[in-house]
Design a protein around this ligand. Structure first.
Ligand code: SAM
Length: 182
């Protein structure tokens, strides 16, 4: 099992880090801790999964208001994108979508950007935490961006195993948490 610890970059994030530690059952990093495989790091710019230097790749986080998501939203080809064609999104048809393997929300966010109402379901608690953080920060950024605000109103995030979710719905005990991004 990889060693994963929670870290935070400023004292005012201590409380959130404690909550995350309890929810995910992961230890807070001590100053004199030995090596780790991944840090789940809370900073002023959000939550990131930071691999140890030997992994050869950089931090993983969700940024829906900027970076590649923002570029794709503006210049990414709209309804001509493969994921949109696959479910038949058009100017006249914006289906409700259940994304049963939400991951870091890339597909779900594209579909919400194209007018679909999207419920994203993710079972991995760490991936879910990264996605919840990214979507929550996007809502804050959307205060100055009416288009992004509408997109975020169309997003919901469910923490559950999709198989249980499909069998039991949201009231059957299969779901840990539902977040509506308003
Ligand atoms: C390849 S990623 C999905 C990528 C995503 N479509 C995107 O655009 O970023 C697969 C994700 O599905 C999640 N997953 C797989 N099986 C699942 C299940 N039964 N219920 C909920 N989530 C599941 C995994 O935890 C993982 O985060």
């Amino acid at each position: 099992m990889p060693i994963i610890e929670i870290a935070f970059t400023s004292p005012n994030l201590n409380h959130r880090a404690q909550q995350l530690s309890e929810k995910l059952q992961l230890p807070l990093r001590e100053a004199d801790s030995a090596t780790y495989d991944y840090l789940l790091e809370l900073s002023e710019s959000g939550l990131s999964l930071v691999p140890s230097a030997d992994k050869g790749y950089g931090p993983i986080s969700c940024d829906f208001a900027g970076g590649s998501h923002s570029h794709r939203r503006r210049f990414g080809g709209g309804n001509g994108q493969a994921i949109a064609k696959a479910i038949g999104v058009s100017g006249k048809f914006s289906p409700r979508v259940l994304d049963l393997t939400a991951g870091l929300g890339g597909d779900g966010f594209v579909l919400a950007s194209l007018g679909c109402s999207v419920t994203m379901v993710e079972r991995n608690p760490i991936v879910h935490s990264l996605l919840a953080d990214g979507l929550t920060r996007a809502v804050t950024s959307a205060e100055d961006d009416s288009e992004l605000r509408e997109i975020m109103h169309r997003c919901r995030l469910v923490e559950a195993n999709s198989a249980d979710y499909l069998q039991q719905g949201e009231k059957g005990g299969a779901v840990d948490r539902v977040i509506q991004f308003q």
